[in-house]
Design a protein around this ligand. Structure first.
Ligand SMILES: *[C@@H]1O[C@H](CO)[C@@H](O)[C@H](O)[C@H]1NC(C)=O
Ligand SMILES: *[C@@H]1O[C@H](CO)[C@@H](O)[C@H](O)[C@H]1NC(C)=O
Ligand SMILES: *[C@@H]1O[C@H](CO)[C@@H](O)[C@H](O)[C@H]1NC(C)=O
Ligand SMILES: *[C@@H]1O[C@H](CO)[C@@H](O)[C@H](O)[C@H]1NC(C)=O
Length: 414
């Protein structure tokens, strides 16, 4: 998900198929916090379709990673999409004027003794651009995403509880969140909202960084194909540094003070064949791509996408599927064994990140034995997206104190 920055250049991701599990184990490390992420299994997964709102149809598959939080007193579990592409933390709330179906009970603020509406006007209400005053001087918010999902409701504060490795609960009070009473979009019934991890003041990391000893976090997402009993991991604060052999780092680019983690992509190689956006890091367009854990595929600017697509097709020693209308213009192959595809290297400023087929070829929903290149195109030259398929099997550290993102190839299933 990306917070709405330029409506006409983004895609609608329809989540018909969400993966997997439920592993609510948390552990505190060195004053920091480590948690395991959740993926939910969804049976009868239909083929995924990714529709560009403004333009044409294209196709992809969806895989979001869910973060478990306990909210309120007594605490109620919520599972929200982990989203580095937005700021707000929100969940569906009772009473629901207009909510999508969710499996678990919705949060009911009347049953929590620590729920507090944010007053309006107030500095806290102004943290959300769209914060407006409602009757009884309450702050109401509207938050829209690039895929046209919208949540509306009351901006509130609550106690959030994390479980430490010893099972000790760790409480953080007065976390600002959206109690969503009117939520639309294409959500899976396991998804109870979105946990924004962007750079802005209302994101989870901004609100808990002082509790956990530093404005930094890291994530290690398991690949799409991974058995659902194996969870991804996240750490917040102290102890989340990404260190050691094989670490590469690229500077974050702060564009317009927005919530997104922009980095600079200079080019992409398919094995040894390199395609440039710019061959000169001095003149490269700074911050032309953002890293988004809430968007599954990687979106490249049109020309680069076409070059990569053609080169991958040239290098994969198989014929692509051309007779399946469901697959649309994607580059897909049918194979009973692991796909042998080229290494694709993302050349970020100062950091070459090598992707293997497990990160670049993903099965589209229920199609057995079919793998498709998990890249797609965007007409926006200045806002490519580095999606979550490509982020898997890397320990990725966001160090917001030093303004760098680091990548370390890691088997996240271990
Ligand atoms: C997940 O779904 C698949 C079918 O799509 C099923 O075979 C498997 O047992 C499920 N796993 C769990 C843990 O529910
Ligand atoms: C819910 O939100 C939508 C879009 O923001 C708006 O058009 C609609 O009027 C709202 N519905 C209610 C019941 O508030
Ligand atoms: C850099 O790119 C320009 C055109 O974009 C090309 O003319 C030039 O030869 C390239 N330089 C190198 C060193 O590849
Ligand atoms: C993506 O590329 C296809 C052709 O491969 C084109 O029809 C479509 O308009 C492009 N979409 C965007 C958003 O540029």
């Amino acid at each position: 998900m990306a917070y709405l920055i330029q409506l006409n250049s983004f895609f609608l991701f329809i989540s018909l198929f969400i993966l997997l599990i439920h592993l609510p184990v948390h552990q505190a490390v060195n004053g920091g916090l480590s948690v395991k992420l959740i993926r939910k299994n969804s049976t009868n997964a239909p083929l995924q379709r990714l529709t560009d709102v403004a333009q044409t149809n294209s196709y992809a598959y969806l895989g979001e990673y869910l973060l478990e939080l306990s909210i309120g007193t007594p605490p109620v579990n919520i599972y929200g999409i982990l989203d580095t592409g937005s700021d707000l933390i929100w969940t569906q709330c009772i009473p629901c004027k207009n909510c999508y179906k969710q499996n678990d009970p919705m949060f009911d603020p009347r049953k929590s003794s620590t729920y507090t509406n944010i007053p309006c006007p107030s500095d806290k209400c102004s943290l959300i651009d769209t914060g407006v005053c409602l009757a009884k001087n309450r702050c109401s918010y509207t938050y829209a995403y690039a895929d046209s999902s919208i949540t509306q409701g009351a901006l509130a504060s609550e106690t959030i509880t994390f479980k430490s490795s010893t099972g000790e609960p760790i409480q953080v009070n007065d976390i600002i969140f959206g109690c969503g009473h009117n939520n639309t979009g294409v959500f899976n019934d396991h998804e109870m909202g979105i946990i924004g991890l962007g750079r802005g003041p209302t994101s989870l990391i901004s609100q808990i960084s002082s509790t956990f000893g530093g404005n930094k976090f890291s994530q290690c997402l398991v690949p799409f194909h991974t058995d659902i009993s194996i969870s991804s991991k996240m750490s917040f604060g102290q102890g989340s540094e990404v260190l050691g052999d094989g670490v590469v780092s690229t500077p974050l680019v702060n564009k317009d003070g927005g919530p997104l983690y922009f980095v600079t992509l200079l080019g992409v190689s398919v094995e040894d064949t390199r395609f440039e956006i710019s061959n000169n890091s001095e003149t490269a367009p700074k911050g032309n791509m953002f890293i988004d854990s809430g968007t599954p595929p990687t979106l490249l600017p049109q020309q680069l996408y076409d070059q990569v697509f053609d080169e991958v097709r040239k290098q994969v020693p198989m014929s692509p599927i051309t007779d399946d209308p469901d697959l649309g213009p994607q580059l897909c192959y049918r194979t009973s064994t692991n796909l042998e595809g080229p290494i694709i290297t993302m050349h970020f400023e100062g950091a070459d990140v090598q992707l293997t087929p497990i990160q670049t070829f993903i099965p589209p929903g229920a199609k057995d034995g079919v793998f498709c290149l998990a890249f797609t195109n965007t007409s926006n030259e200045n806002a490519g997206i580095y999606g979550n398929f490509a982020q898997s099997n890397f320990l990725i550290g966001y160090d917001l104190e030093n303004e760098v993102v680091s990548f370390k190839p890691t088997d996240c299933t271990k």
